[in-house]
Write a protein that binds this ligand. Sequence first.
Ligand code: CP3
Length: 350
Amino acid sequence: MEEMNSQEKPLIRALGGHAEKRPPFWYMRQAGRYLPEYRSLREKAPNFLTFCYTPDLAVEATLQPLRRFRMDAAILFSDILVIPDALGQAVSFREGEGPVLEPIREPRELARLNGGRVLDHLEPVCATVRGVSRALPDGVALIGFAGAPWTVATYMVEGRSGADFALVKRWSEDDPEGFGRLIDLLVEATGDYLLAQIEAGAEAIQMFDSWAGVLSPQGFERWVIEPTSRLVSRIKQRFPQTPVIGFPRGAGKLYERYVLNTGVDAVGLDSDVPVDFAAKVLQAHVAVQGNLNPALLTKGEREMEDAATRILSCLSKGPFVFNLGHGITPATPPEHVARLSELVRNWRGP
Ligand code: CP3
């Protein structure tokens, strides 16, 4: 049997602006600790980054959720913090605590970073992309990803998650030139990395800007829209056919500016974005993706099903990819994910 080419796959068609009768679906953080088979695979590596840099393990982690739920897309198994690691910043993941980085807080500390070694360091991630690409079920698309520069910078400056962003906000406001050098470095490294993922077989790209929502409108323009649009142009120059999904989580009213000014093909909606606004305002310009509240997936039952049905009814008349508004949480019962996937797969219109 001949393999389906990328442009015919439901995910790629939807991201390209087609309204599919049955919308394609996948879930942010679809691989991970809520799956027992992930937890046992994870024990084979001494720490999380080594796990990400071992292609056999990362390929398997990428494919695990597809076997259970038959999504329309696989997302590369890796993490957004492999970029600071590749730049030479010390990054570690501690059980129950999340990531810890040796923080960079002033321009002179940027000398610790080396953009020249990024592709060598991340070669194992590209090997994972090639491995998944060979093993992909027919019709399923492979999504590559990276953190957007602003979000990655928040971790690099604060040194951990769960901080209040006081340090990164202060640096970006008081010394935009110095902070801009960090952002420029990230635009460059992230661009190299995303192009390498596409060369290795990624068929679409998602940029996670998980902390876009903490910026003022001016900060959003300068640190979210501007770097994202530079990255999108660089990708489009080389690979005009590869769709780019932007996910400016928490952007609220600024979602519209993001869609109009970054050049993304599709936008990921967090759970706070009203679907009627998304249908009327955003879907006129780009494909939309989202946005079931992951807490409802953890709960399951009628509430989950009713919310998913509302989203499908409202957004599936235009170009749409069903997803969550943020990642699956570790407490989610896999049976709920199975039930939701059935519901989306059987959707044939309201
Ligand atoms: O299935 C997938 O979606 C692919 C893999 C993936 C991971 N992280 C694996 C992971 C993806 C796409 C990410 C993105 C990511 N990582 C984001 C953006 C999306 C979001 O959630 O906002 C962010 C902010 C990170 C940074 C990060 N990585 C944090 C804050 C943590 C700790 C919190 C947590 O969930 O544990 C991680 C660790 C991480 N990344 C795990 C996984 C499966 C858990 C670690 C483990 O399994 O030991």
